[in-house]
Ligand binder design. Structure first.
Ligand code: ZN
Ligand code: ZN
Length: 185
């Protein structure tokens, strides 16, 4: 496969979808995935996509899993942390403009992520992108007992205690002191 086609690993020709279904097993690099820029979170390694595409009449079902690694800043010390994720995915692709997207099938499609296809090809990129974005961690800790940053000088307290901590003693008291003394300036 030429490099110019490598961006199409998640686009499947409907005509090539065999009756027994198609096993899809591939990996998409961060550049191909082209996630919306968040500034803080980023995909640093290829995202693995595995699953089966099954065609039933004009509907194509995808059942599989998506896993990868997202780099996110630790919520306390801001160090970059690699966070692994793996999500199970159930999606259905309906012909675009299909009336099945509304009314009666709402109950059925409730448990499925619904996408559309153009009658000739299935594009799994939107599905994979959605799943990866949803898998992004809300909060990340580099470790359970991360000491975080010093409120006063910004030093990373995981590396070494800073001077202010030695002066003011327990940093929790420093916080209390700040809370108690109103700003008189
Ligand atoms: Zn941390
Ligand atoms: Zn400090």
């Amino acid at each position: 496969m030429s490099p110019s086609l490598s961006g199409h690993v998640l686009i499947v020709d409907l005509a090539k979808l065999p009756a027994q279904g198609l096993i899809l097993e591939t990996a998409i690099g961060p550049a191909e995935l082209a996630l919306p820029e968040d500034g803080q979170l980023s995909i640093t390694a290829p995202v693995q996509v595995r699953g089966r595409l099954t065609k039933v009449m004009e509907q194509v079902y995808f059942h599989g899993s998506i896993c990868g690694t997202v780099a996110a800043p630790c919520s306390r010390c801001l160090e970059s942390v690699d966070d692994g994720f793996e999500v199970e995915v159930r999606g259905v692709f309906l012909p675009s403009g299909s009336p099945r997207l509304s009314d009666d099938d709402a109950v059925v499609t409730d448990a499925l992520d619904v996408y559309s296809h153009d009658g000739s090809r299935i594009n799994l990129y939107p599905l994979v992108r959605d799943q990866v974005v949803m898998a992004f961690p809300v909060q990340t800790l580099c470790r359970e007992d991360c000491a975080g940053l010093c409120q006063a000088c910004g030093a990373n307290l995981n590396e070494q205690p800073c001077a202010c901590e030695i002066e003011s003693g327990d940093p929790r008291f420093a916080v209390l002191k700040q809370l108690k003394s109103p700003d008189l300036t």
